[in-house]
Design a protein around this ligand. Structure first.
Ligand code: C5P
Length: 218
């Protein structure tokens, strides 16, 4: 039997991670958080004094990493980095290392290994365009940048963290620009992807619409 891949791409703080995880659970499929891979590389590079600018060294580093996901836990060569890679600093680091073609190539096999029966929901920036171009279902999940900034702001406040809305908005705009304008696998809606704009709907509604998109195509 063929393995169904649901590719979900979109910008930072669009909620695609939460939607993708819930869709995967609903379908009984596996889940790939591809952004975590770039965060892992940024973190490992920092630990090993490898520059975020050194494409070849980052690619070599990535090939030497043994990565295991166990729910929220992320083991890299046996070390749990689940919390460390979730920081804003590693989000920024991820978007810097992610511009390098050789590193992206080095992470392809890791991502393809997640394609296992009965299916996979993969979220990222280039799931539908580069990593799983033959995915049966492609969703481009986005929201207006002001809405995404507000959601992130509320999340940080709810966690008791300090947050400044205008700083978050500027950071998100910078992240969007870097992801969209890079030469290697830029963030773009695949021609055959269904657009899901969550600007005016909440997480539950986003999940319901994503499940409906999957059901209509599958
Ligand atoms: O999704 P997340 O915020 O964890 O991704 C962090 C960064 O990793 C993104 O800003 C993007 O630059 C990069 N990324 C990527 N390709 C992916 C997933 C993430 O370039 N498939």
């Amino acid at each position: 039997a063929s393995i169904t891949v649901v590719a979900i791409d979109g910008p930072s703080a669009s909620g695609k991670g939460s939607v993708a995880q819930r869709v995967a659970k609903h379908l009984g499929y596996g889940y790939l958080d591809s952004g975590a891979l770039y965060r892992i590389v940024a973190h490992a590079a920092q630990q090993q004094n490898v520059s975020w600018q050194d494409a070849e060294a980052l690619a070599a580093l990535a090939r030497g990493l043994h990565i295991e996901f166990h729910g929220e836990d992320v083991l890299v060569n046996g070390q749990d980095v689940g919390d460390a890679i979730r920081s804003e600093a590693m989000g920024k680091g991820a978007s810097e290392v992610a511009v390098h073609g050789p590193l992206r190539a080095a992470l392809l096999d890791v991502q393809h290994d997640f394609r296992q029966a009965p299916g996979l929901v993969a979220d990222g920036r280039d799931m539908a365009t580069v990593v799983f171009p033959d995915a049966a279902i492609k969703i481009f999940l986005t929201a207006a940048v002001e809405i995404r900034a507000e959601r992130r702001y509320k999340q940080l406040l709810a966690k008791g963290a300090a947050a400044d809305l205008s700083t978050i908005l500027e950071d998100l705009k910078a992240r969007d620009a870097r992801d969209q304008q890079r030469a290697a696998a830029p963030l773009v809606q695949a021609e055959d992807a269904v657009l899901l704009d969550t600007s005016a709907i909440d997480l539950e509604q986003s999940v319901a619409q994503a499940i409906e998109i999957v059901a209509n195509i599958k």
